[in-house]
Structures are given as C-alpha cells and as structure tokens.
Design a protein around this ligand. Structure first.
Ligand code: HEM
Length: 143
C-alpha cells in the first residue's frame, strides 16, 4: 500500500471540495435529513438558511482536508472538546443516530459518484464514523 496520506490519495483539496459540494447539495434534497426532514432543526436549516450552505461546504472541506492529513487547518466556529470535534457545532440540531447514518450513506454515494476507490472511500467514511458520537450528542439529552 502507498504511504501517501489519505489527503493525497483523494486528490487533494480540489477533489475533496468537489465531493463535499456534491454531498452537501444531496443532503439538502434528502427526504430524511433535508428540506422534508422530520427533524425540525434540519428541516428549517435546509429551507430557511440557503445562505449558510457555501460556508458549511467550506468548513466541511477544511475538516476533511485536516482529518485526512492535508495541509489545511479546520477551526470550528463553536469549538468542541478538541480541535476536530463536532459536538458544539451540531448540538442544537439534535441529529439522531439514524439521521447521521443517512448522511453517511449520502456521503458514500457522492464518493462513488466521483469514483473514489474502495480503500479511500472506507477511510473517509471511517473518519466520519469516528465522530458520530459527537454529532448525535444533542439528540441524546432531553430538550
Ligand atoms: C462526522 C460527520 C460530520 C462532519 C465531519 C460534519 C462537519 C461539519 C462542520 C465542519 C460544520 C461547521 C461547524 C462550525 O460551525 O464550525 C458542520 C455544521 C453543520 N452540520 Fe455537520 N458534520 C457532520 C455530520 C452532520 C450531520 C449528520 C448532519 C445532518 C444533516 C450535519 C449538518 C450540519 C448542519 C446543518 C450544520 C450547521 C451549519 C450552520 O452553522 O449553519 N452534519 N458540520
């Protein structure tokens, strides 16, 4: 196996940004987690805040670049327990485990769309899955 970083094997920032762009648009149209979501926070975000989508794509791109060993640094607007942790950025959204899994499935479809090889695809999905507990933390406590 190559000892190149995941970042380099994915093709660097432009390839990562293309995947993030594609999957972020797909989430908005996904019935479970986008404009028609039963989760009021996700539904309202998807319908009422289109001006935040470019910034979200930018932040997600930085996050993937850093987590995959690239040269860019992610700095959360709502810092969590560690620099790459996501609990504060997602707490108010009250994202459930099933909603997280739906977003991961959307990411998998976008990685397939761009022909990302199986090894790199599983490593990207693994990096997301490693942060699932943080992302769904807000759904696990009473409102
Ligand atoms: C490990 C998986 C995930 C990663 C890496 C990720 C990445 C990010 C990042 C980097 C931000 C910006 C945080 C900041 O303000 O600094 C963010 C915010 C957000 N994420 Fe996620 N996310 C994940 C899971 C999810 C899921 C499952 C959803 C459900 C649809 C979601 C929807 C959102 C929304 C709506 C925002 C708020 C944007 C705003 O502030 O207006 N994310 N995410």
């Amino acid at each position: 196996m190559s000892d190149a970083s995941l970042y380099d094997r994915l093709g660097g920032v432009f390839a990562i940004a293309a995947v993030v762009d594609h999957f972020s648009d797909a989430i908005i149209e996904n019935a479970a987690v986008g404009k028609l979501s039963k989760n009021p926070q996700l539904r309202e975000w998807s319908n009422d805040q289109p001006e935040r989508l470019p910034g979200l794509k930018w932040m997600r791109t930085l996050w993937v670049c850093e987590v995959s060993g690239g040269p860019y640094k992610y700095v959360g607007t709502k810092p969590g327990r560690s620099p790459l942790s996501l609990e504060e950025g997602h707490r108010q959204l009250r994202i459930t485990s099933d909603e997280f899994d739906e977003v991961a499935a959307e990411l998998a479809r976008s990685l397939d769309h761009f022909g990302v090889p199986e090894l790199e695809k599983s490593q990207v999905l693994g990096a997301f899955a490693a942060h699932k507990a943080e992302v769904i933390e807000g759904s696990l406590v009473p409102a």
